[in-house]
Structures are given as C-alpha cells and as structure tokens.
Write a protein that binds this ligand. Structure first.
Ligand code: ATP
Ligand code: MG
Length: 464
C-alpha cells in the first residue's frame, strides 16, 4: 500500500488507467451490428490478419457510425501485427506516416487503414522512454506515437469512449473497454482519461470533439468540454499542414455552420482564424452573417451532392478581415488597388502560418477577391470579357454573398444576374445605361426586371 503510494508520488504524471482491463463483451444478440454492414475489404483484411495468427478488429468511426445508423466514411482496422508484419501479408499495402505509422491496404479506390495496437506514452520521469518510438514536447504534446502495446493499451490511448469500440468479425461481438456503448446511448462525446491531459497530449482532440459533436449531434460531456477554452491557444503549436486537414474535415462534411457555432462558443475559432476573429470583434454583425451564409450554402451544396471548393470557403472566412488591412496600406500611402493586393497577400500569408492552405487554393482565393474589384467595371467590352473569365461564376456568387450579408453595392448583384439572362441587344442597352460613370459602384443604373423577376443564379460556393 505504502509502496504504491510512494510510487504514485514519485511519478505523479503517470496516467491512471481509465479503461477496464477486461472489456464488456456484447454478444451478437446484444447489439445490432452484423459483419455484412462493414466493407467486405475491411472484413477480409481482418480475416487475413487473423489467419496469419494476429489479433485484428474493426474499430473507431466505422463501428461508432454504424451503431448510430450513419454510413461510415472509412474503415479502420486495429491489429497486434506491426506495420511491417501487416505489409508482408498484403500485396497492395503501404506503410505511411511518421508521427503515427500505419498501413494503407488498397483495394481499387478503397483504402483500409490498419493501425497496430498502441500503448500509452511513457511520461516524463519514466526511465523507459525511447525517443525513437515516442516523444513529447515540454507541454506534454505527443510528437511521435509508435509504442506498440496490447488491445487494452490500444483502447486506453484512443481519444473518445465512442471511438474505442472494437468489432470482432468472427463472433460478431463488440468489445467495449471504455463504456463507449453507454455514451453512444446517451449521445455524449467523452474523452477517455483526464480531459486536460488528453488535450495537452494532442490539442487537435479539441477540434475532433467539436467535429464529432456536430456530425453525430452529440453533446460534449461537461468534463470533456470544461478545459477547452483554457487550452484552445495550444492549437497554435500544431503544425499548420495538420490543421489544414482538420479544418477541411470540420467544414466540408455538411454541418459547417454548426461547427462554426461550436468553435466560437468554445473559443477555438480565434487560434484557427485570428484575423477573422478580430474582424468578428470589429464588425460582428456583418462578419458573422457573411461567414454563416457561406457555411450554410456549403452545407446545402454538400447535402445536394454538389461539389464545393475550399477556396470559396476560405475566401469568405477571410474577406471580412480585408478592409482594415487595406486601410492600413492606404494610410501608408498606397493607392487603392495596390493596397488591396498587398493586404490580400499579407492576410493569406499570415493565415497560412496557422493553417497551411495549399497554393492550389490560395490562387483561386485571390482570383475571387480580384473579381470583386472587377465586377463593378462593366464599361465597353469589359462585362462580356468578365463573363468569359473562368472565375466569373465564383466571383459573382461571392458578390451575392457579400450583398446578402448586408454590403450595399448599389444593386450590382442584380445587374449581373440580369446581364447573364439578357439577349445581345438588351446587354448593349444595359451597358449604355451605365452611362459614362466609369467604375461606378454605387448607383449603377438598374435594369427593369423582366416579368417574374430575374432569378439569382446562386450556386455558392462553387468556385467553378
Ligand atoms: P471519421 O473517420 O468519421 O472521421 P474516426 O473516428 O474513424 O472518424 P479517424 O481519424 O479515422 O476518426 O481515426 C480512427 C480512430 O483512431 C478514431 O476513432 C480514434 O479511436 C483514433 N484516433 C484518431 N485520432 C486520434 C487522436 N488524435 N487521439 C487519439 N485517438 C485518435
Ligand atoms: Mg475513420
């Protein structure tokens, strides 16, 4: 007893166990999952590993989602085989990752992700730390996570209880180490173990909590939600490429508007989008409306099975932060157009330090913004040239978004809506009606609406 107490004092950071050493086992009669519901490739991967003498289970999102009647996005397998042993069993397998090594087994376009059971990390003060396999920085963040362990260890190191359910394809049993079934029934997102420590190990878990809460419409259990606001700034330490991936998962799954509300509520928005958060403080109503409209329209496109581009989304998220920067440049003596260019450049560069938006998206973001300057200039042949521009559609959709958010552009959106529907001669007369007011933004003459009113050709956020 005393010895135990002494040991726990000696290494206070050693994590207590939060999963049962023997799982609750639900037989096929006690739950609705059947092996036929899983990808046949995933099942075959499990069976192949088992026949080679390893333990293997379906785990994570696929078990969780099927229990809630959601179509799983992908299928994850957990196994006692090491990545090299897994690779040796399959022809089309590749070991990927460094921070977290796993194996991708390819079946045509489907990829089954196979991860080796992992153990908890040796904590500070432990003697057995091997920095090749596992390492942490001074705030406890896990930098490498390749210490393998038992099935029970593996359950313990997973993030949420509902993600630590293992499906055994042979007996169609569910192994529940962390009361995940209880939390599924009660619709709770609950971290395994001490929430603060688990967020410190990997602050991205805060974003994952939000993602699952939004996706499943579950509540973040109060103890798991409590430390988030305080720890939110830790997201600043996360490599920007990883945050880009996470942010796309957050915003491109069909519930982006709700995700945004949760991010704001839990103060996770600021560390991800600092300039946009500042714009929200400066100009709350307009900024909030523009962002929400962009996200809601992304959600609706996704639900209709339409394509969406992250460029449009980022263009909208950052747009409200532009004016203050343009003014700053103008104060330094720059003329309006170069000021806008420079502000855009700086804003995107700054944002990329947090979230590494790849060039294939930053270029169209700039083009969408550039279009905002060109759309008011419609004299002579300009309007027709703009219509032919491959970015016209995204630029026009963005213009409508700005107007819907409350910007007064003198009816420019309606003008363009009408122009697209007009015949050649109507178009000529619309251009003539513009008069000689080159670059007229405000007070652009409105064309009489045709009977029935012109329908706006919204398709935000297409960016096509
Ligand atoms: P979805 O695939 O629907 O996004 P998922 O739960 O399958 O959800 P993945 O990112 O595919 O999420 O991860 C698979 C599993 O790996 C998770 O269910 C969880 O058990 C574990 N996991 C993933 N990321 C982490 C993390 N940062 N910390 C701890 N465990 C994690
Ligand atoms: Mg998954």
């Amino acid at each position: 007893m005393l010895k135990k107490l002494f040991q726990s004092l000696r290494s206070p950071l050693r994590r207590a166990k939060h999963v049962r050493s023997t799982p609750e086992i639900l037989s096929a009669q006690q739950h609705p999952l059947r092996r036929g519901q899983f990808s046949r490739y995933a099942v075959s991967v499990v069976e192949r590993l088992q026949s080679a003498g390893y333990q293997a289970y379906l785990v994570g999102g696929c078990v969780r989602d099927l229990l809630i009647d959601i179509d799983p996005k992908d299928f994850d397998v957990a196994t006692s085989a090491t990545p090299e042993q897994v690779r040796a069993e399959f022809r089309n397998a590749r070991v990927i990752g460094r921070r977290f090594k796993l194996v991708h087994v390819h079946f045509g376009r489907e990829i089954i992700e196979v991860a080796t059971f992992r153990a908890n990390h040796p904590q500070e003060g432990d003697d057995d730390e091997d920095s090749n396999l596992s390492s942490r920085n001074e705030s406890g963040r896990i930098l490498r996570d390749n210490v393998y362990g038992s099935l029970e260890d593996d359950a313990q190191r997973r993030d949420f209880t509902i993600n630590a359910l293992y499906f055994d394809v042979t007996g169609e049993r569910i192994l529940d180490y962390a009361r995940g079934m209880h939390d599924i029934r009660n619709q709770q997102i609950r971290l395994i173990g001490d929430p603060e420590q688990r967020y410190q190990e990997d602050p991205v878990r805060m974003l994952r909590a939000v993602r699952f809460a939004a996706k499943l419409d579950f509540e973040i259990e109060p103890h798991s939600a409590a430390p988030i606001r305080r720890l939110a700034p830790m997201l600043r330490e996360i490599p920007s490429a990883r945050l880009f991936d996470e942010v796309l998962k957050l915003f491109l799954a069909g519930y982006a508007e709700y995700v945004y509300e949760l991010l704001i509520e839990l103060e996770l928005f600021e560390p991800l989008f600092p300039a946009s958060a500042a714009a929200l403080k400066r100009n709350p109503e307009y900024t909030d409306k523009l962002i929400r409209l962009a996200l809601a329209s992304t959600d609706s496109r996704i639900h209709k099975g339409k394509t969406v581009t992250p460029a449009f989304l980022f263009a909208a998220l950052l747009w409200p932060a532009l004016p203050a920067r343009v003014l700053l440049m103008q104060d330094r003596g720059m003329p309006p157009i170069p000021a806008m260019q420079e502000a855009a450049h700086q804003l995107i560069a700054e944002q990329c330090q947090r979230i590494a938006i790849p060039k294939r998206f930053t270029i169209p973001i700039r083009e969408i913004w550039d279009m905002q300057e060109r759309l008011p200039r419609r004299q002579g042949k300009r309007a027709d040239l703009l219509l032919e521009n491959p970015r016209f559609r995204a630029g026009y959709d963005f213009l409508l978004l700005r107007e819907d958010a409350g910007e007064d552009l003198g009816g420019l959106g309606d003008w363009w809506t009408d122009y697209q529907d007009a015949t050649d001669s109507e178009r000529r007369s619309m251009i003539r009606d513009l008069g000689s007011k080159e670059d007229a933004v405000n007070g652009a003459p409105r064309k009489r609406r045709r009977s029935g009113g012109a329908k706006r050709k919204r398709s935000t956020p297409s960016g096509e």
